[in-house]
Write a protein that binds this ligand. Structure first.
Ligand code: NAD
Ligand code: IPM
Ligand code: MN
Length: 349
């Protein structure tokens, strides 16, 4: 089994290195090939997603992605920016289904900014649509005929795009507590009204799942009021991006949340990455929490390599390390990225 490692920028290489060490400790028949992506690729080759990187991503059985983003690239024309590489990989590989589980690991109640008894209830999966929405619509920045600067980004969803992600969310809910909350802004946006109509149609095939709809502004509030009410959240690309960062802090830290980006309910050739970015403010200092990436490696084993037992071994090791008191700075501790990786390795049974 070939795993493509795309470490990227900032803390990406630091956290991917720890996830690799954990994967290598499992005694599975895995091989690794690394390629440049993001700002690192732009500086080396002039493009954030070189053809050889895309080819490796397509050839590999699964992709472990670190993060992209480099402040020195923020003024480049948009196609050359690091983030475009990630968006292009998602689009090119058809990875429309982004699973972002947010659970509170035992002992992390004190790391959450919520009251411990409220944080303790967090156990949800955000199912985020990943290849549509305002991210991929027509966009431009220009001067209008009356001389004003204007920018726009077109938000749209087609019914088949909504249906396939809704199916993923219902299938997920079926295997969990069978409670699905679809989040939109149907009181204002036509895109969201279509979203809501199609989700209701798909619901007819899942009578065992209780479906509710919530406006995104209320959802943001409910996430900090009572996150325990959520089992599976289904939402679009932009709302899912925002709500998942918020959910991560409720669960202790953005350094804890993994993700899987899949092409269907089964995860053949998926891409796995922490939900966080390249964190330029702490890059190169050994301060990053590698757990989100280590847990992404567990998702990779589960969804793309059919190695459920190995995935659970990793998750149990992260949990045991945290219970034993291992903490990076974001969790209120003192461990370096490498020392946190060591703690997970030491807890691996
Ligand atoms: P960020 O997620 O990189 O960082 C936000 C804050 O969280 C920072 O204070 C950072 O230090 C902290 N943080 C993030 N990950 C952490 C970890 N593992 N351990 C400890 N602390 C962690 O978001 P940002 O600052 O808005 O963006 C920085 C760059 O990353 C931008 O260029 C952005 O476009 C990019 N970005 C990339 C991805 C991705 O590759 N998937 C995701 C988000 C942002
Ligand atoms: C994420 C990131 C990306 C997104 C950016 C870097 C394109 O924030 O993976 O959450 O918005 O999807
Ligand atoms: Mn994000």
């Amino acid at each position: 089994m070939l795993i493509a490692l795309l470490p990227g920028d900032g803390i990406g290489p630091e956290v991917v290195a720890e996830a690799r060490r954990v994967l290598e400790a499992l005694d599975l028949d895995l091989s690794f090939e690394e390629a440049l992506v993001g700002g690192a690729a732009y500086h080396a080759t002039g493009h954030p997603l070189p053809p050889e990187t895309l080819a490796l991503a397509k050839r590999a059985d699964a992709i472990l992605f670190g993060a992209v983003g480099d402040p020195t690239c923020d003024t480049l024309e948009r196609p050359l920016r690091p983030e475009q590489a990630l968006l292009a990989l998602r689009k090119e590989l058809g990875l429309f289904a982004n699973l972002r589980p947010a659970t509170l690991f035992p002992g992390l109640e004190d790391a959450s900014t919520l009251r411990p008894e409220i944080a303790a209830e967090i156990d949800m999966v955000i199912v985020r649509e990943l290849t549509g929405d305002v991210y991929f619509g027509e966009k431009a920045r220009h001067i209008t005929s009356d001389g004003r600067r204007e920018g726009y980004d077109r938000m749209s969803y087609a019914e088949d795009e909504v249906r396939r992600i809704a199916i993923v969310a219902f299938e997920m809910a079926k295997r969990r507590e069978r409670i699905l909350c679809s989040v939109d802004k149907a009181n204002v946006l036509e895109t969201s009204q279509l979203w809501r109509d199609v989700v209701n149609e798909v619901a007819a095939d899942y009578p065992e799942v209780t479906l509710t709809h919530m406006y995104v502004d209320n959802a943001a509030m409910q996430l900090v009021r009572n996150p325990g009410q959520f089992d599976v959240i289904l939402t679009g690309n932009l709302f899912g991006d925002i709500l998942s960062d918020q959910a991560s802090m409720c669960a202790g830290s953005i350094g804890m949340l993994p993700s899987a980006s899949l092409r269907a309910w089964s995860g053949e050739n998926g891409m796995y990455e922490p939900i966080h970015g390249s964190a330029p403010d702490i890059a190169g200092q050994g301060k990053a929490n590698p757990c989100a990436t280590i847990l992404s490696a567990a998702m990779l084993l589960r969804h793309s390599l059919d190695q459920e037992a190995a995935a659970q071994r990793i998750e149990a090791a992260v949990s045991a390390a945290l219970v034993a008191g291992a903490r990076t700075l974001d969790l209120g501790g003192t461990l370096s990225t490498r020392a946190m990786g060591d703690a997970v390795l030491a807890a691996l049974n």
